[in-house]
Design a protein around this ligand. Sequence first.
Ligand code: C2E
Ligand code: CA
Ligand code: CA
Length: 763
Amino acid sequence: MPALTTPSLSSRQAQVSFARLVGIVAICCSVFVALAAPAGYFWLSYSAEQREGRIAARLHAAFVTQVIAQSQGDWRTEMTGLIDADLSPRELPEQRTLTDMAGVQLSASGVPVAWPVLTSRAELIGREGKVGEVVVHRSLRPVLLRTAAVGGVGMMLGLVIFLSLRVLRRRALERTTLAVRREEAMAREQIQHSLRVVFGHAIDGIVMITDKGNVVSANPAAEKLLGVTTSQLLGRPLAMCLVPVGENDRNALSAVGQFEARAMRPDGTSLDVDVTINEAGAGTETKHIAMLRDVTERKRQEARLVRLANYDTLTGLPNRSQFMHNLRQAMGRAQRHEQAMALMFLDLDRFKVVNDSLGHHVGDKLLQRVASLLATALRQNDSLALRDCSTEVYRLGGDEFTVVLEDLGTGESAAKVATRLITMLERPLMIDGNVLYVSTSIGIALFEPGDTTDVESLVKQADMAMYRAKEVARGSMHFFSAELGAKAKARQEIEFGLRGALEAGQFSLHYQPKADLTSGRVIGVEALLRWNLPGQPTIGPDRFVPVLEEIGLIVPVGLWVLREACRQVAEWNRIGSQALSVAVNISSRQFHQPELADQIRAALQAAGLEPQLLEIELTESMLVEDSEAVLRILRGVTALGVRVAIDDFGTGHSSLSYLKRFNIDTLKIDRSFVRDTPGDSEDSAIAIAVIALGHGLNLRVVAEGVETHEQAAFLRENGCDDIQGYLLSKPMPAADLSDWLARHPRGLQLGRRLPAEPALGHS
Ligand code: C2E
Ligand code: CA
Ligand code: CA
């Protein structure tokens, strides 16, 4: 926008002061001319009169003095007529008198002169000095009259000067004013030009409206925004195409203010608009100026942010934050309306397997499919026999979904819904050419009016119930109960107790011997962790290892197990004659540490144990992920010479391909397959198959949980290499195992009935 210039202030000021100066000069000149001319003239004339009066008096005095000098008698008597002699330099009416020293008038001439009178005196000198004086009176009236005339002319002249200077001043002022006006006009023109440019090219729409809200003019941006031409708008109400939203009504368009509106365009589209209405200047038809800004994109972004904050991007379902917010409100409503509500926690049973084996891509699609199935099923309330119940499904993350059921008649309705959902998700899903069987386990927490449960606790209850459902059977449901709460509390206590247990030296290791089936000789032991709380019975790992894993403490504790087991076995090997091996259980969390191999090497070195005497026991699930990381870790471990066993074989995963990929030494048949051998034909068949599989892959096969000689005999007949179980001994503390080993220097005779061993177990 060009600079809006006005006449420069200094030049204007100079012109004004010049005009003022001219005014002052005019006054001074005219006053000077009007006053100085008569005054000067008067002064000159007066001085001349005075001089002449004095001369006249002196001449007469000289004349009279001469007479006195010649006179013999009283000179006074000779005075008459003397004074009549015309001795004055100019002929002017004057009165002359002659007086003696006493002031007696001796002679006089002429008539008294008119006022004002100018008196001049001269001394008379006789033989004896001053004897009298001559007094001449002259009238100043002629001088005054002439002075008046001169004054008149001076005044005229002054007036002429004053007037002409005034004209000069006015001219100067007029010129200044004219220049100012011209410059102001130019500035106005510039402003108007700038405004036209702004109006024409502004990105925001600008619409001039009357006090009734009718359009006076609109700029191109407004035309574009409203989708109409100015001619279509002129004289029409702006409200015709601009509808205020929110609390504002049409009247908002005829008052100063700011609000949001929707521009309804003739082509059926609409835009979000921010409207700002301001007063226009007075004196025109235009009352208000409306500025319109298209905020559609901003609104869209805002909406997107709201969606991102409240909705899950993968499935489009409301997310955890929305869930917590809505659940709180639903619980409030349940209290107010005195209606029960239920919270369901859903967790897919085989999602991790799908995700790990088929990739995230399939996993994501599976989650989307499940989300849409759940949403559709719950929308069709009728089909769920829940006509009056309102439902909403959320995704909390991973494969966890929640459903909030409001206005629920009874818990039975919730059970009905859960059953429907379970049945629905039991059906196979076809995703990317894969037939996937994902079932879901559902935990349900009921909330009834009067309950004091808070939001967080209700969520925890449903979560607990879901875990219980998973424990009981996949694809089942479980209602939260007080008993479940107590279990959770106990779990909490365990967690609390475990923190600091390592530092407090509360962990110890029990050892269970493992024997070669053919020779009956003890070839090694398995180290099993125990937690000893003061004044309490020893706690088995099934109760606390999962908690250790969950809270991450399994890593330091596992490292301790590794070091302690290596140290203990190395010590036995130094004392005893045979070289026992030791098996150490490694948990998934521990296994995924990149520094595992380094830790093992350090433990072996510190203990002075041969690497081939250490066997780490892994579970199948740790190896199904065909990740580079697993391969790297496993390579690091086997490169040390440490052996690798697959624990609980047969329970984990159906895919056996990992057996080929990884360098594995031993298979441990899970004790669930051993328990019912040889009686149960299916279990026996599985055991035989595992042995065959192991041998086929050149692996050593160990049977776990062998309790009877029948089992041992059956396993030996089928070629199993080693056994571990109560038949040999229960796990026991290191000192007890030393005694036990001393009592069985040549091992045991396995696979036939022996006199019962005295109970040694310390499980
Ligand atoms: P696991 O590796 O399968 O260990 C064998 C479990 O079976 C032991 O239970 C042992 O006492 C039990 N057992 C042995 N022989 C028989 C038998 O003849 N009959 C029956 N019914 N049971 C028998 P434990 O010591 O309670 O250990 C349970 C599980 O805890 C272990 O199963 C292992 O998975 C885990 N665990 C033990 N110690 C550690 C450890 O240091 N680190 C890790 N990560 N896990 C451990
Ligand atoms: Ca084990
Ligand atoms: Ca096992």
